[in-house]
Design a protein around this ligand. Sequence first.
Ligand code: ZN
Length: 272
Amino acid sequence: MPEGHTIHRLAARHRAFFAGRAVQVASPQGRFAAGAARLDGLTLLDTEAYGKHLLHHFEGGATLHVHLGLYGKFADGEPPVPAPVGQVRMRMADERHWLELRGPTACEVLDPGLVAALRARLGQDPLRDDADPRIAYARIAAATRPLFALLMDQSIVAGCGLIYANEVLFRAGLSPTTPGSAIGAQRWDELWNDLRALMKEGVVQGRIDTVHTVHTPEAMRRAPRVDRHGGEVYVYRRPGQPCLVCGTAIARGPLAGRNLYWCPCCQASGDV
Ligand SMILES: [Zn+2]
């Protein structure tokens, strides 16, 4: 599933395409026909990302809400608009650009009250300037659940997905099963700041790289990682491979229904 940095990149891209412009909106597949009819011809005022949620705000107060989920994908381009191929849930276009959405978990029009409700149930997004890590910390410090599960909980930290959660815990040298309540405020601040920096880099690069300069392929004279998720990482999808820091085989195990990866040596300690 795309993590928050991808959604923030999409928000910026769609803003550059359409903000301040009247757009045609349609649903070639038909499943979003009523919503598309409501937005068709309106001016898109602005876009924003909130965690893994993408919002397009239109004149008159209507907001298009998209959550890509596991299978959702955007495509875009310049005219001419291609004939619809497959299940195009939503198409947006003006005379300069077109945009297509396939397979999202959510594609709906929300009124301001529902947008406010959506925001209220989401946690702090490290990529947003209005994020307050102390609000997230209040939840974490009160929780006995493992830190990994808390980082993945979108009502606590919005936009952090599997790769960032695994990697930021490795970089902090924290055992992923450390309970939230064992994390001090200062340790949380460090974790948050590291996560924020990694995610901001992800927005710029369009991929997730989490290794320090001394652990890049060039510095270590090793082959670059080959993985469809791209990026140089310490533990994510590297089970059985040697830890880039200590050489111990990376471990994998299920936690909170998700795949957890960690170095049993570098992250042995729950000490905080
Ligand atoms: Zn290690």
